[in-house]
Design a binder for this molecule. Structure first.
Ligand code: HEM
Length: 128
């Protein structure tokens, strides 16, 4: 069984998606305050690398990494489900623009959803 990364078209495709996705995230009025001090180019590269490793199934520490990376924003700026849904929505819209098949989009959504409780720094619901 090939990895999600391979089926989505490899690293080049993911990087193109990440660039387009970020244009949406960084210009979203609701999200802008969170990125007031962000170096956009650094963040593009970091997130691209993360998504590539995550989709390749090579990110065993993704949950803790996401919890640590966003904890401050939850505690100090009220990062919540609304923001998560907006970011996830931008990702789905970007994948649609790149004509990614719906079945693959569904897989990406499931994978990203598994990070929600970690990004929002709360106990994991329905943990096995
Ligand atoms: C599944 C969803 C998400 C993923 C995969 C993700 C991924 C990442 C990654 C890889 C980093 C870099 C961490 C580092 O190495 O320092 C990061 C940082 C960050 N993320 Fe997210 N994120 C997600 C959701 C969100 C949401 C919903 C927000 C809300 C606006 C957000 C805001 C931020 C901010 C403000 C930073 C720090 C940027 C900086 O260093 O200036 N993230 N995220």
């Amino acid at each position: 069984m090939s990895t999600l990364l391979e089926r989505i078209g490899g690293e080049t495709a993911v990087n193109a998606v990440v660039n387009s996705f970020y244009d949406k995230v960084f210009t979203d009025e609701t999200l802008k305050p969170f990125f007031a001090n962000t170096d956009f180019e650094k963040q593009r590269v970091r997130q691209g690398k993360f998504l590539i490793q995550f989709m390749a199934g090579k990110m065993p520490t993704a949950n803790e990494y996401m919890r640590n990376a966003h904890r401050k924003y939850v505690a100090e700026m009220g990062l919540n489900d609304k923001h998560f849904d907006i970011v996830a929505g931008h990702l789905v819209n970007t994948l649609k623009e790149f004509n990614v098949p719906q079945a693959l989009i569904d897989e990406v959504v499931t994978a990203v959803a598994s990070l929600r409780d970690h990004v929002l720094d709360r106990p994991v619901k329905n943990a096995a």
